[in-house]
Ligand binder design. Structure first.
Ligand code: SAM
Length: 235
């Protein structure tokens, strides 16, 4: 059954990255996991992508996916996103990188459920994994990976306010804006390391590792990052 998401009615990602898209149309020279997007581990964490089928979960304007598609020789990178605004931006910026880069307008859970055993690598950079019920998304990701496939994602180590991450599977309602500027909220899962580890284990992942990357810059937009890696169990 198709999932009903808020993005099907109101696109709460309409404003995200909009200014940058007007001034920076280049494929990024680097790929970072950290919240600062300025330093730290890069795509090596994904392993050798040559000839592999890769999926970006909540790709936004597809800047990370474009970097991988142009510099790491995958067979294909699917940049999956539910936001019409983000998909329009991604198509405008990087549509020319098809067929190696494929913009996939879809809720990630719907998409993953329709692609069993397809992907070698799935990843998310503060993407859909932060904003989707993890007890739905993580089993769907496991099923969409081939046995032995990798899931890698970066997620907040704590709330942007500095408050600690949740010790249980509990979301927060965080501020968001509709396309016309009205204030609303959206769900964000900011979970402690042991919570992600348990969820991944229950979803069918093994070799789970959580690396905490400290905030590297000062200011209101600084935050620590959890860089999570896991392998789909062989069946
Ligand atoms: C903070 S943005 C990050 C975008 C991109 N990864 C980046 O680093 O620029 C989060 C993105 O996740 C997408 N997203 C959230 N939940 C999703 C879902 N269930 N299915 C598809 N996309 C989703 C949003 O539409 C948004 O583009």
């Amino acid at each position: 059954m198709k999932r009903v998401t808020t993005t099907t009615t109101t696109d709460l990602w309409h404003h995200f990255g909009r200014t940058r898209a007007t001034i920076d149309r280049t494929v990024p020279a680097a790929f970072y996991w950290a919240w600062s997007q300025a330093s730290g581990p890069g795509p090596d964490v994904l392993g050798d992508l040559t000839g592999l089928c890769v999926g970006d979960l909540g790709a936004g304007a597809a800047r990370h996916a474009a970097h991988l598609a142009t510099r790491h020789q995958p067979a294909r990178v699917d940049a999956v996103d539910a936001s019409p605004a983000q998909n329009t931006m991604a198509t405008d910026l990087f549509g020319h990188l098809a067929p190696r880069l494929r913009i996939v307008p879809s809720d990630v859970v719907d998409h993953l459920r329709s692609m069993p055993g397809t992907y070698d690598v799935l990843y998310s950079v503060f993407g859909a994994i932060d904003f989707t019920e993890p007890r739905e998304l993580l089993p769907a990701a496991a099923a969409a990976l081939r046995p032995g496939g990798r899931l890698v994602f970066s997620t907040l180590a704590h709330y942007l306010s500095g408050a600690p991450a949740q010790p249980d599977v509990v979301h927060a309602d965080i501020p968001a804006k509709t396309p016309t500027g009205e204030t609303t909220t959206m769900r964000r899962w900011v979970l402690q390391e042991h919570v992600w580890t348990k969820l991944l284990d229950e979803a069918g992942f093994t070799d789970i590792d959580v690396d905490v990357l400290s905030a590297t810059t000062d200011g209101p937009r600084t935050a620590g990052t959890q860089l999570v890696t896991a392998v789909r169990q062989a069946t």
